[in-house]
Ligand binder design. Sequence first.
Ligand code: GLC
Length: 437
Amino acid sequence: MALDRQQLQSIIKEFTVDAEQLREIAANFRQDLKLGLNDPKDSSLRMLRSYVGLPTGKETGEYLALDFGGTNVRVSRIKLQGAGRFEVTKKVGKPLIVPGEYDYVGVGSTSDQMFDFLAELIDEAIDKDHDTKFFLGHTFSFPSTQTDLYNAKLIIWTKEFATSGVEGEVVNDLLTEALKRRGIENIEPISVINDTVAVLLSAAYQKSDTYIGSIYATGQNNCYVESTINDPNNVGVGGMILNLESGGFMKLTPNRFDIEFDQSSEKPGEQRMEKMVSGRYMGELFGMALAELFNEEGEKYNFTSIDISSILMDDSVDGDRIAAIIKDKVNKDVDSEDAKKIKELAAAIVIRSARLVTASFVGIIWHRTGSGKINRQHIAVDGSVYEKMPLVKENINRALNELLGEEAKNIDTILDNGGSGLGAAISAAMAANHADK
Ligand code: GLC
């Protein structure tokens, strides 16, 4: 069957953010930052205090880093050598779900099961050495209210996590109890940070002029250093990093696919921007739109962002790879013309995502810069969508140019691969040094 070109154009239009809308979204993001600094209740951004500023780059020592927040959990031992150098001396990792075997994040899973699983992985990372003392830094990639670098209470699960008994709890207390249950008394969790904060710490440890950290993966979120906050519990230099939870940004215009998807999600009404941009959701949106093109509106097609990536990577004339994916996922035969259209749809969803994320970066840059000139700076980004999804980097650059003109040359986004682990170790070092004083 041939897909209808006009119908496709009209769906693509619904996923298009034009230049004017882009500017308006960036301006609204900036406005929400300003409102949120006065009172987070007035903003759709949570603006969560991290109680950590930038590292000096001189942090040293060996720490354990727990990276928890996506489909895989990782525990590493990291030796910080100062001068921005480090060595990962051990790394272990496991998925949180193995279909048919276990699932620590779905409905029906419990806090004890989840944290026992983490404790087991930590035990593996320390080779079951229950004597040597280690401080542990914890990258916990969910919205948490903090009162200092240790004390972080999960506000609400995002990214469709549904484990019971964790919301409202101090996550490092749950971890410490699980370690005890396993007979591990020599590991002391000492810090908790968001993954965006971890990426910023990691990049800033190695490179100066970095003030914004971002994750563009299963979830999407940004943080930045707010230089005006002074707090006696804050550790580090340059101000305090705020975890914006920008996935919750609301001043956007969702299209009917976004609205319908939100209604069927684990937490309707929450994380509206994230549901439009992140890797966890792009496949779902693509599936909904494609079902409409196949005249099967409402049918649940099971696409992931990895499928979108494969579709976009098919540069062949006959679209064989695309046809194979469509056959596999929805059992339909498509010809080369249809394959081309399907690729256009995938591109529209990815381009929208990159443009919205860039608008949020620019909102932060405008906020930090005020009326002055934009200084040369890096935005540290980690995550599979940023790293691997075709069209993302070029569309970030394009949108930066649209919004900043000449000054866009002062901004570059840099990949900070592995920043979640390194950042956790750096935060543990910063917390340990602070405690020593
Ligand atoms: C979700 C979480 C946020 C995290 C992001 C990236 O948006 O709420 O805390 O930073 O995913 O993992």
